[in-house]
Design a protein around this ligand. Sequence first.
Ligand code: PBG
Length: 323
Amino acid sequence: MAFPIHRPRRLRSSEPLRRLVREARLAPCQLILPLFVCPGEGVRKDIGAMPGVAQLSIDNVVRECEQARSLGLGGVILFGIPEHKDELASEAYAHSGITQRAIRAIKQEISGLLVITDVCNCEYTSHGHCGFVKDGGVDNDTTLEWLGKTAVSHAEAGADIVAPSDMMDGRVAAIRAALDGAGHTNTPVLSYAAKYASAFYGPFREAAESAPQFGDRRGYQMDPANAREAMREIALDIEEGADMIMVKPAMPYLDVLSEARRRFDPPLGAYQVSGEFSMIMAAASNGWLDLDRTIIESLTSIRRAGADFILTYFAKCASRLLG
Ligand code: PBG
């Protein structure tokens, strides 16, 4: 018998064959574009460490959302940068807060685009922590009240999905109860269930002006060393009523993503965060990586590990490449 019998290369010999047997597929409808909304009009304030990403005033956010819809993206996720920050994160849950106004503007102008909102306080507090600071730490249960109010205000403004990213204990249950109490029984909660205290959020903190003024977030976000704990966090959030779950960051945590896919049935997202974006952009701008191929490979690897959808600053670019 001629050796070898098994020649896996047979199925790699042409693009039509490779396409036929491809396991993980990537489509624009699986990609969610993060947007940073700031006050003003006609504002486009570039973010140094994130080439092509900017803080946008509401008019420009609406324009961006038009593009997102025409590219067939899965949706957008909004981060607000308020006019004023204070100790109580007042603008996070204000009726006329920056995010609430942005949601209304988008919903008035554009139909058929999913609008997700990040529910957190770090962009809105003067100290940059994700909740109410008491005795040098973030007080869990007071913060839950803010989160509930914020989620309700987003739903009232027309948000399709609310996505808490604060990592307080019990926040999914608190948000679910607040939403239901206000009649928003059909607004789904996408929980950043396994969110790590990651150095890869560095560029985002410039983008969202949310760097903590003292200390760090290790008292509430997860230790990067822990994978089993992530399963516990996800299980708790599902018990509390999360409709969808997320792992964040993505590429350094593909093992967590893959284990989450194996164990849990609800739709699973992954967030390819700012630092992952910036690393790729920096290497590409030095000519060290082919940008287009790296974008598609990185997103495909996140899908392969088990994500149903991906939050990524490459959403528009990738969907053009896929087109
Ligand atoms: C808010 C929040 C952060 C990110 C998403 N929501 C920053 C943080 O927790 O410090 C990071 C996203 C990114 O890096 O792209 N809590």
